[in-house]
Design a protein around this ligand. Structure first.
Ligand code: HEC
Length: 139
């Protein structure tokens, strides 16, 4: 669980206190990749599949059919770099508190989880990095 410890240190280092006195996480980037061998092809496969869950809220291309709950993913590679995308996928809740986007690589914000899935992140480190490798190509 070295990765979990490293991630916690990284998040801990970026804690800020917001107005109102309550401490919260505000992170915008995680520079260190979670694994080193990412594949944009695997990322695209996962990202476009129902199993990946992204398409439950996001369209990929603005023009395609699909959900309007969230902005289309087309163009995210122009708006964000890999480190910023990593922060959004690992812990969307920390980047935009209150967002409906799931935090895919932390268990901090998950509620009412079936016992079989408790304390496990929604996606694996490899899947997060594959998704990032694909997302940065969406320009
Ligand atoms: C339950 C709905 C939901 C799911 C599922 C979801 N997202 Fe999101 N996502 C959002 C919303 C809403 C936003 C808009 C910003 C916010 O609320 O923070 C967003 C924002 C983003 C952004 C920043 C977009 C931008 O234009 O700046 C990225 C990148 C992103 N999501 C990627 C993903 C990926 C990849 C997946 C699948 C692994 C995913 N999202 C799954 C709801 C969702």
């Amino acid at each position: 669980m070295l990765m979990a410890v490293m991630l916690r240190l990284l998040l801990g280092a970026l804690v800020v206190t917001v107005a109102g006195g309550c401490a919260t996480f505000e992170i915008n980037r995680i520079d260190t990749p979670l694994v080193s061998n990412a594949s944009a092809m695997r990322g695209e496969q996962l990202g476009r599949s129902r199993e990946g869950t992204c398409v439950l809220c996001h369209k990929i291309e603005a023009s395609s059919q699909g959900s309007d709950i969230a902005p289309p993913l087309q163009g995210v590679g122009l708006r964000w770099d890999a480190a910023q995308l990593r922060a959004r996928l690992v812990d969307a809740q920390a980047v935009s508190p209150g967002t409906i986007m799931p935090s895919y690589f932390t268990t901090r914000h998950l509620v009412q989880v079936d016992p079989a899935y408790r304390n496990k992140p929604v996606l694996q480190a490899q899947q997060i990095e594959d998704l990032i490798a694909w997302l940065i190509t969406l320009k």
